[in-house]
Design a protein around this ligand. Structure first.
Ligand SMILES: NC(=O)c1ccc[n+]([C@@H]2O[C@H](COP(=O)([O-])OP(=O)(O)OC[C@H]3O[C@@H](n4cnc5c(N)ncnc54)[C@H](OP(=O)(O)O)[C@@H]3O)[C@@H](O)[C@H]2O)c1
Length: 250
């Protein structure tokens, strides 16, 4: 199998200013890659730019069509194109369906951000990346795509969809230059996904453990990069998944 080189690339990381996205940006930065990160908060982007000198930043809400258009223009005119896209930006919301539609879209639309935007970015970049050397799309899914947490029903569903989408893309692009990776983290304790960092437990990992696994996975030509307990979840039988589901949702 052709392996993707991990230095000298031009990489776009959505949501690259914080958490897992920032850890991946730092790992690639340390390895001598050119980086463009985007996100909605200018302050976080500026902080990241101070920590990673030389990176480019763009304030952009990937769930908005006009912002995505601006991002594509920026990639061409200010960044000189990319050969790696890291589809990382995401949000997670608890949703109680007993409250009906009121709770559904009250605090951001996970389907728009976690799923539709990632699909749109893929649709835009695939025809370009397919003709580039050493090209890759790295989709960040989640262990919850395999074992849903009922408290986060839409989030879990978007991550299951990202897993399915990554498999289909990989099949469609077989034999081309463009490689499709999926990163499957378990709970990561030191990011902003849940608003504040979590108290670390045995089944959690850090954002830098995820970024190290990403670099190792790319080096080893491993298309599904599952980390910690997500390794077991992503390879389990339906019976085992039912057991994990009952354990995490008791
Ligand atoms: N933390 C975990 O336990 C865990 C586990 C498995 C998978 N993941 C996945 O890992 C990815 C990164 O999450 P994280 O844990 O690192 O959380 P995080 O620190 O909150 O990172 C999410 C990033 O996405 C950006 N973002 C959110 N909505 C956006 C939008 N509409 N447009 C552009 N950027 C947007 C955020 O910046 P702005 O708010 O400034 O836009 C933020 O920088 C997500 O896809 C998440 O689902 C996380």
């Amino acid at each position: 199998m052709d392996k993707i080189g991990i230095s000298g690339n031009k990489i776009l990381i959505t949501g690259g200013a914080t958490g897992i996205g920032f850890a991946i940006a730092k790992a690639f930065h340390d390895l001598g890659n050119e980086l463009l990160i985007c996100g909605r908060r200018e302050s976080k982007l500026q902080e990241a730019a101070v920590k990673l000198p030389g990176i480019k930043i763009l304030k952009c809400d990937i769930s908005k069509k006009e912002d995505r258009r601006m991002l594509y223009d920026f990639v061409d005119s200010e960044f000189g194109g990319i050969n790696i896209l890291v589809n990382n930006a995401g949000i997670q919301r608890p949703i109680d369906f007993r409250k009906g539609e009121e709770d559904l879209l009250s605090n951001g639309d996970e389907i728009e951000i976690n799923l539709k935007a990632q699909i749109s970015l893929a649709a835009h970049f695939i025809p370009i990346l397919i003709n580039r050397e050493n090209s890759a799309i790295i989709n960040i899914s989640s262990g919850l795509g395999f074992v849903p947490l009922a408290r986060f029903p839409i989030y879990s569903a978007t991550k299951a969809a990202i897993h399915s989408f990554s498999m289909s893309l990989r099949k469609q692009l077989e034999g081309t230059n463009l490689k499709i990776f999926e990163v499957i983290p378990p709970t990561v304790y030191d990011t902003e996904l849940k608003g504040k960092p979590l108290d670390k437990t045995d089944w959690m990992v850090s954002a830098s453990e995820v970024s190290s696994a990403v670099i190792d996975g790319i080096r080893n030509g491993e298309y599904e990069i599952a980390i910690g307990p997500a390794k077991k979840w992503s390879k389990s039988s339906r019976e085992e998944l039912d057991k994990f589901f009952n354990d995490v949702n008791h």
